[in-house]
Design a protein around this ligand. Structure first.
Ligand code: HSE
Length: 310
């Protein structure tokens, strides 16, 4: 059994317009890389390099990776220490699952080093415990796709019921990350505790339509269903030029477009790589007009679990 492992854990897009807190998909990139080594103490030591690390606490119980490992070790009743070096490829406050990837990479790596006592699905609850430290809520729509790959539906939180949705072969994802951050905790506090029955009815119809559209590769139905009546109307005010950026994606052929997680990243779906590229260029130009530089990530939905690098 090895003492050390390197893991790549991908970013993810949560909510996916019509699935607030219950839909999310995994990206190819960006990703966090974690190098985890057993140590001779019972302590977890965390160090970090990379993007946006200035405000991330290194104290294990306040760090998403550290807290996730503590939760896992406590479940297994194991008193082993680990050194965890995290290279942040996903900046915090980006809306593409930065805290989730660190939590997922941490439990995935530690589980490997312990000779896989738990399945990936069993690791989910520990990744969620880690992510909750940063997001202020117990939600799985970033951790589940990052851990299991694919497009995930969280049908229920109590008990946890996670379903992988079939993915249309021709589907492409474009994600744009502006040079700007939004704190997920704050973005969650903005949302109302209750929604109107009429909105709930519409959102339920859209979510059902979205799932059926994915199952049947019906892009028209997916497009009609990609509406968010819960979070986007409130949170769009946090993203400069959001309406113009979304319109540019739709004008360039996007099937649908919305805020990625709590933002400021924005995602769009299309059915061809060329269109996905064109959408990326259009959104980048639109963000420049708001005075913001940005990075674009184009890929199919990533269907893999975290990758062991060596
Ligand atoms: N579903 C969560 C939210 C995702 O929108 O607050 C956060 O990335």
């Amino acid at each position: 059994m090895s003492n050390s492992i390197k893991i790549k854990a991908s970013g993810s897009v949560a909510n996916v317009s019509c699935g607030f807190d219950c839909l999310g998909y995994s990206l190819d990139s960006p990703a966090d890389i974690l190098e985890i080594t057993k140590n001779n103490s019972s302590k977890i030591n965390i160090s970090m390099t990379g993007l946006g690390i200035e405000n991330i606490p290194l104290i294990p119980k306040k760090n998403t990776a550290g807290k996730a490992i503590i939760s896992l070790l406590s479940k297994l009743n194991i008193n082993q220490g680990f050194n965890v070096k995290i290279e942040k490829g996903i900046p915090p406050g980006s809306g593409i699952g930065s805290s989730a990837s660190s939590a997922v990479g941490a439990v995935y790596g530690v589980n490997q080093l312990l000779d896989n006592p738990l399945t990936s699905r069993e690791l989910l609850v520990h990744s969620m415990a880690g992510e909750a430290v940063a997001s202020g809520g117990f939600h799985a729509d970033n951790v589940a796709p990052s851990l299991l790959g694919g497009m995930i539906l969280i049908r229920s939180y109590k008990p946890l019921d996670i379903i992988q949705i079939p993915i249309p072969e021709k589907l492409w994802s474009t994600v744009i990350l502006p040079n700007y951050t939004i704190n997920t905790k704050d973005a969650r506090k903005m949302l109302p505790d209750q929604v109107a029955l009429k909105s709930a009815v519409n959102q339920t119809g859209n979510l059902a339509g979205f799932i059926l559209g994915f199952v049947n590769s019906d892009f028209n139905l997916i497009s009609r269903s990609m509406k968010d009546l819960f979070a986007e109307p409130v949170r769009q005010t946090l993203i400069p030029g959001f309406k113009r950026i979304k319109n540019s994606a739709l004008e360039n052929g996007a099937i649908g477009c919305g805020i990625s997680g709590s933002g400021p990243s924005i995602f769009a779906f299309s059915n061809e790589k060329e269109i996905a590229n064109k959408i990326g260029i259009g959104m980048k130009n639109a963000f420049s007009k708001e005075g913001l530089s940005s990075k674009v990530y184009i890929s199919k939905i990533n269907q893999n679990e975290p990758r062991i690098l060596d």
